[in-house]
Design a protein around this ligand. Structure first.
Ligand SMILES: Cc1cc2nc3c(=O)[nH]c(=O)nc-3n(C[C@H](O)[C@H](O)[C@H](O)COP(=O)(O)OP(=O)(O)OC[C@H]3O[C@@H](n4cnc5c(N)ncnc54)[C@H](O)[C@@H]3O)c2cc1C
Length: 391
């Protein structure tokens, strides 16, 4: 690799080939590890287009990386150069009237929402990783999260994406064309900027936390809450997950409302409960369950799946309001395959929010693979960006 020409492009201080950095960047938050040849930190969107031209000349491939919190190996390199976009942090003026803001891809959701707070606005897509995940990564994965039951996914909040594709061409995608970037996990190119729609911050939030003796009662309560227009989040913990964070070992529902729908109104108690919920996956990972899955399934299929997970003793939590659950497994647990066989048999999706990346390629269908190949031919025919991901 010609590092001199790379240096000329982004500056020597913004490239690393040290063993330490290459190890750090050899994986994302999944356990899938690959080989990182070098790490580059562009500081301007224009440099990203230069990097694509450089990769073409050098015959290497590039992996876009936001915060690296992805859980399916999407940002795991495979003898690739990792392009860390975390220095693209410009936030444009907030258009409070139109409820819009333009941001660069590396902006972290938590920072963005702190900046928006004085305007009474927020970006309401809140993944469990909200303190770290980048807007670019969230667009690429079409992130969902804790408030998806009210606010949907990133696709509902992106108005325009500026994309640098695998031939170094710039696209300003809007309307239907947004689908070529949102949720495509970087296989069509680098999201370098976006215009985001914003929501008004609710003046009040309340919570309800209820433990249940059986699944039927829990699902009946879920249905009652889903009919409540004040609902903003509906989280599930099975008894193994609840126990892991010191709650009573029974299945729980945690519901959030944007007004007085819940019994818990004390802001400190609300913050503590959300903090415990946010910490669930790290706690389970430390306890020996680092492999986290994210099937999405509705109706009867969900009831059967939850019963199976509980009976098998698999710690599980998730966004029950939108049918996404996160069963957590030990590294060598062969029941992951059984899980996806069940999900496929019930007509569910293998990934409700984390994406396909490298991890779930084997579970995709022919129509999905054909669609990815079509997009690849259109945007990245030489496979310069996220080679081998999705299919
Ligand atoms: C504790 C924890 C909780 C989580 N909770 C949730 C949750 O509730 N909901 C949810 O949806 N996800 C969740 N996630 C997964 C993860 O945080 C999301 O997928 C997030 O959107 C990834 O953002 P990132 O910036 O870390 O992206 P990365 O991990 O860096 O990248 C993710 C994918 O996007 C691509 N990519 C990144 N930036 C760009 C860009 N600018 N242009 C093109 N492609 C790009 C990468 O190549 C990769 O394929 C969680 C993860 C953790 C560790």
């Amino acid at each position: 690799m010609n590092l001199a020409s790379l240096s000329a492009l982004v500056g020597e201080a913004n490239i690393s080939t040290t063993v330490e950095d290459r190890i750090v960047y050899s994986r994302d938050a999944s356990r899938l590890e690959g080989e990182c040849l070098a790490v580059v930190w562009p500081s301007h969107p224009e440099q990203v287009a230069g990097l694509v031209a450089w990769a073409e000349a050098e015959d290497v491939d590039l992996v876009p990386r936001g915060a690296g919190t992805g859980l399916c190996g999407g940002a795991t390199p495979q003898r690739s150069v990792v392009v860390d976009l975390s220095r693209l942090t410009r936030i444009g003026p907030v258009d409070a009237e139109q409820r819009r803001v333009q941001v660069e891809a590396g902006v972290v959701l938590g920072s963005l929402n702190r900046r928006l707070a004085p305007h009474g606005l927020f970006l309401p897509v809140i993944p469990g990783s909200h303190r770290a995940s980048s807007v670019g990564g969230m667009i690429a994965t079409d992130a969902a999260g804790l408030r998806a039951v009210r606010y949907g996914t990133m696709a509902d909040w992106v108005e325009e994406v500026t994309l640098v594709d695998g031939l170094g061409r710039w696209h300003h995608l809007t309307g239907e064309a947004l689908r070529d970037a949102v949720g495509r996990e970087g296989v069509t190119g680098f999201v370098v900027e976006a215009v985001l729609r914003l929501a008004p911050r609710p003046a009040q939030r309340t919570l309800s936390l209820v433990a249940f003796d059986d699944l039927a009662a829990l699902l009946a309560q879920r249905d009652r809450w889903l009919a409540d227009p004040r609902l903003t989040a509906l989280e599930y913990l099975n008894r193994h997950a609840a126990e892991a964070i010191g709650w009573e070992a029974r299945p729980h529902l945690l519901a959030e409302f944007d007004s007085d729908g819940g019994e818990i109104g004390d802001p400190d108690r609300i913050a503590a409960l959300w903090q415990a919920r946010d910490g669930l996956y790290p706690v389970l990972a430390r306890r020996g369950y680092p492999v986290i899955e994210d099937p999405q399934i509705e109706g009867e299929g969900m009831a059967a799946l939850l019963a199976w997970l509980e009976a098998e003793g698999i710690p599980t939590f998730g966004h029950l309001g939108v049918g996404i659950v996160h069963p957590c497994f030990s590294a060598d647990d062969e029941r992951v395959a059984a899980l996806y066989e069940r999900v496929a048999a019930e007509g569910g999706r293998v990934s409700g929010e984390h994406g396909i990346g490298l991890k779930k390629k084997a579970w995709t269908d022919a129509a999905f693979r054909a669609e990815v190949q079509r997009l690849k031919a259109q945007y990245d025919p030489h496979h310069r960006i996220n080679r081998g991901k999705l299919c």
